[in-house]
Design a protein around this ligand. Structure first.
Ligand SMILES: Cc1cc2nc3c(=O)[nH]c(=O)nc-3n(C[C@H](O)[C@H](O)[C@H](O)COP(=O)(O)OP(=O)(O)OC[C@H]3O[C@@H](n4cnc5c(N)ncnc54)[C@H](O)[C@@H]3O)c2cc1C
Length: 317
């Protein structure tokens, strides 16, 4: 086994996704502890075109029409061959639909341990991960064998994983019969507002308690020139349309201001908003994980704060 840290680079519609850069930043910390190299692994049909901005010591890329669109079948076949041959110390995947599928499958296929929802690398290369929806932080050492890891955003900024790769090497992926093919890529329907383009988002979570209380968020949004969005429970209740969902199964947003009202900061939510420039969190629970990524936070009942907040914004404006 080598001491190298592999990062499986994700890309969609010809763009490397932010989680890939975040993983490269985490891999740098992990490689410092292991003494190995950071190696990006890129599977695509024109993969070489995507390597330029990856801050890795080496990028291994495989060009194959079978990788034109993601399928778990092709990825698992290619990566199980590569991991078997190179024996890296660890392999990082995004905690995304793609990464969770491939990492889980490879763990079962190769009999390798999998640490999920890792948010950062702690002292001496310990993996710090969120479990129970972010309510518990766990520290884990790398196993004696190759350790598979899924990473959630929040611990690193994408810019930390951007730069030029030192070396770029093609490899030929071993593929057998492929049983899964992508038939069609369906773009989501256009919606009332595109929250991915908004500069100010007022996000409501279960802490808002009732549908009627969403009016409070709307009042704030109007004052700040923003839009209201929500976490999964709010959308599941039908209090806001699906187009306003932020997170893993919704939209990835990057506003200048993200005001989170009564949102705990579960990994699936954070995946959609950790790229916001300034995150402000209001929550009664001082231990809520949203405070780990917030720039400003108030441990307070949002209903006690609301009138003061409106007054302060009006005074400022
Ligand atoms: C496969 C999968 C995909 C998912 N995708 C998404 C997704 O895309 N987006 C998403 O958001 N979730 C997603 N989830 C759900 C996610 O795991 C969480 O359950 C969800 O994000 C929690 O929403 P919440 O923070 O609003 O609620 P909770 O976790 O219940 O948190 C409510 C918070 O409000 C605080 N609070 C309560 N009352 C007040 C008050 N009066 N004042 C201030 N604070 C108060 C509480 O302290 C608590 O922290 C997904 C889950 C799975 C399994």
């Amino acid at each position: 086994m080598s001491e190298d840290i592999f990062v499986v680079i994700e890309h969609l519609r010809g763009q490397v996704t932010d989680i890939s850069y975040i993983m490269l930043a985490a891999a740098r910390d992990l490689a410092q502890a292991s003494g190995g190299k950071v190696v990006g692994v890129l599977l695509g049909s024109n993969a070489q075109a995507l390597v330029n901005n990856l801050a890795a010591d080496e990028v291994l890329y495989a060009d194959n029409p079978a990788f034109a669109e993601f399928t778990s079948d092709a990825y698992k076949q290619a990566l199980s061959g590569l991991i078997g041959e190179k024996g890296p110390r660890a392999v990082l995947f995004g905690s995304t639909t793609i990464g969770a599928d491939v990492a889980g499958g490879l763990s079962a296929r190769l009999g390798l341990p999998l640490v999920s929802s890792c948010i950062r690398i702690g002292e001496a290369g310990k993996l710090v991960s969120q479990i129970c929806g972010g309510k518990i932080m766990a520290e884990t050492n790398l196993a004696e064998t190759t350790t598979l890891i899924t990473m959630i955003p929040g611990g690193y900024k994408p810019e930390q994983g951007q730069g030029s790769p030192t070396g770029v090497t093609a490899f030929s992926a071993t593929l057998g019969d492929l049983k899964v093919a992508l038939l069609e890529y369906i773009e989501p329907e256009a919606s009332d507002v595109d929250i991915t383009k908004e500069n100010v988002l007022i996000a409501v979570g279960r802490g808002i308690q009732t549908q009627d209380n969403i009016e409070m968020a709307e009042e704030l949004a109007e004052l700040l020139g923003g839009t209201v969005c929500g976490s999964r429970p709010i959308i599941d209740q039908g209090w806001l349309p699906t187009s306003r969902l932020v997170g893993k199964s919704g939209n990835i947003v990057k506003p200048k201001l993200y005001l989170a009202l009564g949102i705990s900061g579960a990994p699936e939510h954070v995946e959609g908003m950790s790229g916001a420039e300034t995150i402000v969190a209001i929550n009664v629970d001082g231990g809520a994980p949203i405070f780990d990524i917030a720039k400003y936070g108030a441990k307070v009942d949002l209903f006690d704060l609301f009138d003061y907040l409106i007054e302060a914004i009006e005074d400022a404006g």
